[in-house]
Design a protein around this ligand. Structure first.
Ligand code: 13P
Length: 241
């Protein structure tokens, strides 16, 4: 059976004080969450250490938003796998479209980061997805299959989560039609050697559309941006029906 993974991606939001306030609202709502749902918070590096202490003993796993491929070295501004695992981080987002768009992330560096994450004991969440122009030009399938082919070279598919995030649906309120998301995720699965890799949908996931998204047979979870910043809303998403 495939694992369900619901992850919040806080992006560049929340100071430590704000993250603490979030937890106070969020953690008490989780007692009812069925065991098979993995709940992950992918937070800014500066929030990781304090959250790690406060999440201890809860069902929530901690995630980072990027990882460098070397163990250590002269890489100003970067964070390595051992630095993350030391403080209890279990997951890391790799290849988010915002990293690819604004910070020069390429399929080559995504591949290096995925392999390093696994080497140092983290589970990477690989993000793939097309732009509006690529979708309108009928290039969605080609684009995603090319990303997967390049990103997954020598990557262990037994310790991996994939997120299908159509770029045009991120932060726009313009959710991908659930049947279409289900179709693309089915295509992604058909390209994997391990059909049990959990594949999430991401892009304007909200409390009012999570039930419909999770009802789709190919969709194994969600990667949630804006709606993961508010405790009650994210709790509703995690506790989808
Ligand atoms: O980029 C996302 C998650 O990684 C999605 O962001 P939104 O949920 O804000 O659209």
């Amino acid at each position: 059976m495939r694992k369900i993974v619901i992850a919040g991606n806080w992006k560049m939001f929340k100071t430590q004080a704000e993250s603490q306030e979030f937890l106070e609202g969020f953690l008490p709502t989780l007692q009812q969450t069925p065991d098979e749902r993995e709940v992950v918070l992918c937070v800014p590096f500066t929030d990781l250490s304090a959250l790690s202490k406060n999440l201890h003993g809860s069902v929530v796993q901690l995630g980072a938003q990027n990882v460098h491929w070397e163990e250590s070295g002269a890489y100003t501004g970067e964070i390595s796998g051992p630095m993350l695992t030391e403080i209890g981080v279990r997951y890391v987002i790799v290849g988010h479209s915002e990293r690819r768009q604004y910070f020069g992330e390429t399929d080559t560096t995504v591949n290096l980061r995925l392999k390093a994450a696994q080497k140092y004991g983290l589970t990477p969440i690989l993000c793939v997805g097309e732009t509006k122009e690529q979708r309108d030009a009928g290039e969605t399938e080609f684009l995603i299959s090319t990303q997967l082919e390049k990103d997954l070279v020598d990557v262990d598919q037994t310790n991996l989560v994939i997120a299908y995030e159509p770029i045009w649906a991120i932060g726009t309120g313009d959710t991908c039609e659930t049947k279409e998301a289900n179709r693309v995720i089915g295509l992604i699965r058909s390209q994997l050697t391990n059909p049990n890799v959990p594949i999430q949908y991401g892009g304007s996931v909200k409390p009012n559309n999570i039930d419909e998204i999770m009802a789709q047979p190919e969709i194994d979870g969600a990667l949630v941006g804006g709606a993961s910043l508010e405790a009650a809303g994210f709790a509703r998403i995690v506790n989808y029906k």
